[in-house]
Design a protein around this ligand. Structure first.
Ligand code: BTN
Length: 329
């Protein structure tokens, strides 16, 4: 670890208290001017560090993404790797590159401040401006294919994200099957799960779960204006690092038992489609009917207009004809 990184970690651990220049210099066995140089470099890279005569330095929490700040609250979790980048084409693609290099032996999380080519389902692009959103992908090695359950992992991730936003922002959150998260009837989170295959064995070797959150994004491109929204429109004291910390804590706590589906009752409670008339695209077909339920494996149970009841494990609800309210997503 470089001197700069060590100083950053020490300051974050001590925050909101000060660390004296002398103490930092002793910890690293370097001179006080060398400490000051590291502090200046950290400040230049966006970290807010206050410096005061006779007291020293202290870390001020900011909206700047920071791996040491995020890791601070996650020490009790099983090992995982965290990579924070300022910009990347897509965090999902980045994780897939790491998987193809064979370096994803433990769960690996890539987070970026901005994405230049973020994408969602059906090849749609995902708007990813800097500073106002969270773009995060979790790469999970799959050692036991038999117990892997894509439907339940996707639904459990939606619940984890919804609960994180409820906890930190006190906003009413709704889920639109399968994993769109809505606030005030606008989509604020998109989740995309992708599998990767080991070319030698032909078996699935990992899954990548990409999560894009419009946290405070205020302006959207024309085609998204009516559908997309932000979690919070006002100013907020909650930093992106805090959101990521809570989200990862909840995710990695629930991951070991997600196959049990204990969270499905909560998923159903948050669902805004149960009981509603919907239009559903699945495979090459479009269906219409009323959603009766979401079953214990996360499939959508629809009574089609023909009267037939079908369980859909994949697809996208393209229209919800709400009895009340004005959903636009
Ligand atoms: C969707 O709503 O269709 C899913 C959107 C998923 C977007 C996230 S942002 C982080 C990760 N990187 C990507 O390129 N996509 C996912």
């Amino acid at each position: 670890m470089s001197n700069q990184e060590t100083i950053l970690r020490l300051l974050i651990q001590a925050a909101p208290d000060y660390c004296s220049g002398e103490w930092l210099a002793q910890q690293l066995a370097i001179s006080r001017p060398a400490v000051w140089k590291c502090i200046q470099r950290l400040q230049l890279s966006g970290h807010q560090i206050e410096s005061r005569h006779y007291r020293g330095y202290r870390y001020l929490m900011s909206n700047q993404l920071s791996a040491p700040v995020i890791e601070q609250g996650l020490r009790d979790l099983p090992p995982f790797k965290l990579i924070v980048r300022s910009t990347v084409d897509s965090t999902n693609r980045d994780v897939k590159r790491l998987i193809s290099q064979g370096v994803v032996t433990v769960p690996t999380v890539v987070i970026a401040d901005t994405q230049t080519a973020g994408y969602g389902r059906s090849g749609r692009s995902f708007y990813s401006p800097g500073q106002t959103g969270i773009y995060l992908s979790i790469g999970l090695p799959i050692n036991d294919q038999a117990s892997f359950d894509a439907g339940l992992l996707t639904t459990s991730t939606a619940v984890v994200v919804a609960q994180t936003l409820q906890q930190l922002f006190k906003v009413p959150v709704a889920l639109k099957w399968v994993n769109d998260v809505l606030v005030n009837q606008h989509k604020v989170v998109g989740i995309l799960s992708e599998g990767t295959t080991d070319l030698e064995t032909g078996q699935m070797d990992a899954v990548v779960i990409g999560i894009g959150i419009n946290l405070t994004t205020a302006a959207f491109p024309d085609e998204l204006v009516t559908k997309a929204g932000a979690v919070t429109t006002g100013t907020t004291d909650v930093t992106r690092n805090q959101v990521i910390q809570v989200l990862l804590h909840r995710f990695f706590t629930s991951y070991p038992t997600y196959q049990r589906g204990d969270f499905m009752a909560e998923y159903r409670r948050l669902s805004m489609v149960i009981g509603q008339s919907v239009t559903l695209a699945s495979g090459q077909q479009t269906y219409q009917g009323r959603v009766l339920d979401i079953d214990d494996r996360g499939a959508l149970v629809v009574q089609l207009t023909s009267g037939q009841v079908r369980h859909f494990t994949s697809g996208e609800i393209t229209k919800v004809n709400l009895q009340t309210g004005g959903y636009r997503g």
